[in-house]
Design a binder for this molecule. Structure first.
Ligand code: SAM
Length: 354
């Protein structure tokens, strides 16, 4: 990760004797911050070491392998990153809801350490799994990753992507990406095989509630609360890569979708270690002249059942996304060039059984 301290001033914790921002000190020291206080490096000498070219690493870091300097960069609440057509993008884009493996690698680097285990219960064509493998070559070390996916085609694509990518890497003289553990089936069942307290990071991208399926005219908008419409929970209409032909496909209201996700995340959380994190991609929607704040709804639903606390909503801004002029010249309609990345940590005192 690059340090862009030139564009973003360091927090005002880095102050000189007069209380003014001390840019030089911030740049030089990149002191770790704990509970809002700058820790004196003299006191921490036992715990800290300087990592050449990366800054000061504090060995008590339980969240990741980042130095203070890298951590500072990673605290930005907006991730400004284009989706590059890389890593066999053409093949993966058959899915429609695939995530950039390198963005996943960055998030994995932020919320886990080398050797940790990452779980993606809605793995699709494997953005998370590929990201975990990239960490071996472009991060601090390989993470083991487990993926669950119920559509066989997406699993085939993951394996084909890995094969092709490794052929390309071989041709470039680079070492291969590790194959990760992609399992076929329903996550609600497959999670039963994952021991409690064995996953350090759950990184996923949930199947969407499909408001597009809503048979709703403007006149019907008043009925929205009671009849939030239909959810082709498994129809490939919004590009989340679910399989419309899946026999288990069913239509759900938004509230049913939220309840289903909340129940699943409650179960998934049993597998996560006490110091672990749960990180979830979720886009909001604009439909029928109103904004569906799905990220907020999902965050509240998950918090209401799972022993998780929301600690951040990172906004992933993709500057290459197309803009549109749907509302012009009568009403403002946003061009959705962002997705949300909800970050949860386990609630204190919710130690799972040993
Ligand atoms: C939004 S996509 C994930 C895309 C993924 N991040 C990627 O990079 O390809 C959600 C995936 O969850 C899968 N899915 C939905 N319900 C599932 C379930 N109950 N068990 C396992 N997989 C499921 C869908 O088939 C879909 O591929």
């Amino acid at each position: 990760m690059a340090d862009d301290g030139d564009r973003h001033r360091q927090s005002r914790l880095f102050t000189d004797d007069d209380g003014s921002f001390d840019a030089e000190r911030a740049r030089e020291e990149s002191l770790p911050v704990e509970d809002g206080e700058v820790i004196d490096t003299d006191e921490l000498a036992d715990h800290q070491r300087y990592v050449e070219g990366r800054g000061i690493y504090d060995e008590r870091n339980r969240v990741n392998d980042l130095t203070g300097k890298e951590w500072k960069y990673a605290t930005k609440s907006v991730i400004d990153e284009s989706y590059p057509p890389a890593v066999q993008h053409d093949l993966r884009s058959e899915h429609g809801g695939q995530k950039p493996p390198r963005l996943c690698a960055d998030l994995i680097g932020q919320f886990s350490a080398a050797g940790d285990t990452v779980l993606d219960p809605f793995a699709g064509v494997g953005g998370t799994l590929l990201g975990a493998s990239f960490c071996e070559h472009e991060g601090t070390g390989l993470r083991e990753a487990i993926g669950f996916e119920r559509t066989e085609r997406w699993i085939e694509i993951y394996h084909e992507v890995l094969e092709r990518e490794n052929e390309d890497r071989h041709a470039r003289g680079e070492s291969p990406l590790a194959a990760q553990d992609m399992r076929h089936g329903d996550c609600a069942q497959l999670i039963e095989d994952v021991p409690d307290d064995s996953v350090d990071l759950l990184l996923t991208d949930v199947p969407y509630w499909h408001m597009d399926e809503l048979e709703q005219t403007r006149n019907e908008r008043r009925t929205r609360e009671s009849k939030l419409g239909t959810f082709a929970g498994d129809a490939n209409t919004e590009g989340d890569g679910t399989d419309a032909t899946d026999a288990s496909a069913k239509r759900e209201t938004k509230n049913e979708w939220l309840a289903d996700m909340a129940e699943k995340f409650d179960r998934f959380t049993d597998a996560v270690t006490q110091a672990g994190h749960v990180v979830v991609f979720i886009g909001d929607m604009y439909r029928d002249q109103s904004y569906e704040f799905l990220s907020a709804d999902l965050a509240r639903a998950i918090e209401s059942t799972a022993p998780l606390t929301l600690i951040a909503n990172l906004v992933w801004y993709d500057p290459t996304k197309d803009l549109h002029v749907y509302g012009y010249p009568f009403s403002f309609v946003p061009s959705m060039v962002h997705q949300n990345v909800l970050v949860f940590r386990l609630e204190d005192g919710t130690e799972t059984d040993d």
